[in-house]
Design a protein around this ligand. Sequence first.
Ligand SMILES: NC(=O)C1=CN([C@@H]2O[C@H](COP(=O)(O)OP(=O)(O)OC[C@H]3O[C@@H](n4cnc5c(N)ncnc54)[C@H](OP(=O)(O)O)[C@@H]3O)[C@@H](O)[C@H]2O)C=CC1
Ligand SMILES: CC(=O)[C@@H](O)[C@H](O)COP(=O)(O)O
Ligand SMILES: [Mn+2]
Length: 378
Amino acid sequence: MKNIYLLGSTGSIGTQSLDVLKKHKNDFKLIGCSLGSDESKNKNILSTFKPEIACLRFENQIKTYEKEFPMITFVSGDQGLIDLVRYPKQGLVINALSGSTGLIPTIEAIKTSKDIALANKETLVMAGDIVKEYLNKFNVKLFPIDSEHSALWQTIDHEDKLSIRKIVITASGGSFRDFTREELKNVTKKQALNHPNWEMGAKITIDSATMMNKGLEVIEAHHLFDLDYDAIETILHKESVVHGLTYFIDGTIKASLSVSDMRIPIAHALFYPKRVSYDKQLELTNLSFKPMDYQRFPLLKLAYEVGRKGGILPTVMNAANEAAVKLFLDEKINFLDIETIVFDYVAKTANIKMPTLEEIKEVNQNIQDEIIRKYEKR
Ligand SMILES: NC(=O)C1=CN([C@@H]2O[C@H](COP(=O)(O)OP(=O)(O)OC[C@H]3O[C@@H](n4cnc5c(N)ncnc54)[C@H](OP(=O)(O)O)[C@@H]3O)[C@@H](O)[C@H]2O)C=CC1
Ligand SMILES: CC(=O)[C@@H](O)[C@H](O)COP(=O)(O)O
Ligand SMILES: [Mn+2]
């Protein structure tokens, strides 16, 4: 039995992780989890999995939960996420939190020598170099869950790094892939949340529509696979069947294909190096590939530039995007304002070449607070 800690258990990846744990209940024990805003989801998780410790999203939830679930230790808020991953039983931490909140719990989990299965790509975007230092220092393994990175990992695993020419990350194009930039001016939140291939949380669905998601994934891949940005390409592939490809120097290309179901990469990260059975079979049909269009998707071009410059700029881009997406979801700004805000903050923020974790935290918080304050007043 492997002990599991699940951060973000009420979200899209969280729920699908719980499906995997339930299906393989003789292999895993959910020791701890973080819950969310939906009381019925929270209570259902607690009654089904009976964890030893749970982190509530809000402090004022604690009293009621302690009464209803007296066998469980409750913690809460940002400090609670840290207390949860510090719980003194070894195990693997699945990080399925969305956004910059995911960073600190990842680092704290590594410091207690717990391996990580990482869905929260923002962790590596903001602090990839620091996370890798901690992984080395505490001899901890990190397994990617993001579908493209899981696919790439499976094509790269056991290969000599020097034999890799490049990797290619596929992009569905998101909810507005057939829209012109002119047509993007009037799109609604409801349209933006309608991803063609995946059912995901709101933030990543919007990131996919702006192509920021692919930008974050390029930076994520740079850190995960230690590859230069010149060796990381993206391609439009509207079917989301091929998730990643690796080109080798001998002319071989390895691709990883699967149905669009995140339970596959989640199970791969949890069981690695073993493989477990999956009930559906992928039907092979015609697949299409188109070169990436950087004019149509300027945020992806920006992400390459920001990734190459490094330092604090990936944190700046990520923070501005996170705040702008929140404002869009709250219907305070238009879809194209997301791009404008991100470009504006990247252009006007001075880089810090090798930021400390404290600087990363501070810049992330300050930028998000400033953007939210400015636009919420309107
Ligand atoms: N969904 C997908 O298919 C994929 C997701 N990813 C990545 O995985 C991560 C999770 O995505 P997804 O599952 O879609 O996101 P969701 O929004 O569906 O879920 C996020 C989870 O984190 C919780 N959460 C969010 N903010 C906080 C906070 N400040 N404090 C405590 N808990 C918080 C949410 O609680 P609450 O219930 O209150 O909302 C929820 O449990 C993201 O980084 C995303 O980019 C990567 C590949 C695919
Ligand atoms: C499932 C997953 O990993 C998402 O990151 C997905 O890739 C989003 O799709 P696109 O960003 O390609 O639209
Ligand atoms: Mn992805």
